[in-house]
Design a protein around this ligand. Structure first.
Ligand code: CNA
Length: 244
């Protein structure tokens, strides 16, 4: 049977779906991922992007490099893959949890309601000095100019993204573990599965559940999966939903 039909069959049978999504989920929204041939790592190293020690030493350097990229992510729109995932909930009444490594907020914009941001979000900023939290939207001009966003108290704002060297948001990670432990279908979408502990989430699924991987390139879990589809999420998911 063709893989999309097989996927549609699994989606039909599933009641409780746990997804782990990564940067590949949003490339079709125009946001580059990290490790693809045209990914961000080809021009910037991880320390230049999200290293907490580097940020603490020189926050202005972080915003100079990342400010304009931040603007384009905040203004990005959900693609056909995000919308299809949301439809599984809203139109097909599946219980869908989305543990996402993405910081772009596109699952929520698409209408998914149970989204666990295991690497935080770039939509809010917190002042390092007084703890005030603000929304990024109010600082777009500052980002666009590569300037450092500052709080009224004079402190520097840090994006509420989990930087390398910081702990993961505990609640989001625990909610994700719970979702995978109770699912009957686990779906991995657009992640190279190399960033831990997020990459370990699919291993929490019950042994009776099915595993689907939709990712353009190979992953270390391919051998365990019931279906592996090496194609674009924005094409695969809507086609599978058409068969439901
Ligand atoms: P990654 O290591 O760059 O892997 C992305 C994977 O997606 C690759 O294996 C690609 O082959 C695959 N891929 C790319 N486009 C598609 C597509 N359209 N359809 C199917 N597969 C595709 O990124 P990971 O998410 O695995 O790494 C985790 C990091 C990336 C997290 O900490 C994120 O915060 C971080 N990140 C997030 C964003 C975002 O929020 N949109 C963007 C860039 C990086």
């Amino acid at each position: 049977m063709d893989k999309i039909k097989q996927l549609a069959e699994l989606l039909k049978d599933a009641k409780d779906i746990a997804c782990l999504t990564g940067a590949g989920m949003s490339t079709e929204s125009g946001i580059p991922d990290f490790r693809s041939p045209n990914g961000i790592y080809n021009t910037l190293s991880s320390e230049e992007i999200f290293d907490i020690n580097k940020f603490n030493r020189e926050p202005s350097g972080f915003f100079k490099i990342n400010g304009p990229l931040y603007c384009s992510i905040i203004e990005a729109k959900p693609n056909a893959g995000h919308l299809a995932l949301a439809e599984l909930e809203t139109k097909f009444h599946k219980n869908v949890s989305v543990a996402t490594q993405n910081i772009d907020g596109l699952h929520q914009k698409a209408g998914s309601t149970k989204v666990f941001e295991v690497h935080g979000t770039m939509h809010t900023l917190t002042c390092r000095k007084c703890g005030a939290q603000v929304v990024c939207n109010d600082y777009l001009a500052v980002f666009q100019n590569g300037e450092t966003p500052r709080c009224k108290c004079g402190g520097i704002f840090k994006p509420d993204v989990t930087f390398y060297g910081e702990n993961l948001p505990e609640q989001a990670f625990n909610d994700s573990i719970r979702a995978f432990r109770r699912c009957d279908l686990a779906i991995v979408l657009g992640t190279s599965l190399v960033v831990y502990p997020a990459a370990s989430l699919p291993s929490q699924r019950p042994y009776t559940s099915k595993l689907v991987i939709i990712n353009r390139s190979e992953t270390a879990m391919d051998d365990e999966a019931d279906i592996v589809i090496n194609d674009s999420i924005g094409e695969v998911l809507p086609k599978a939903l058409e068969l439901l």
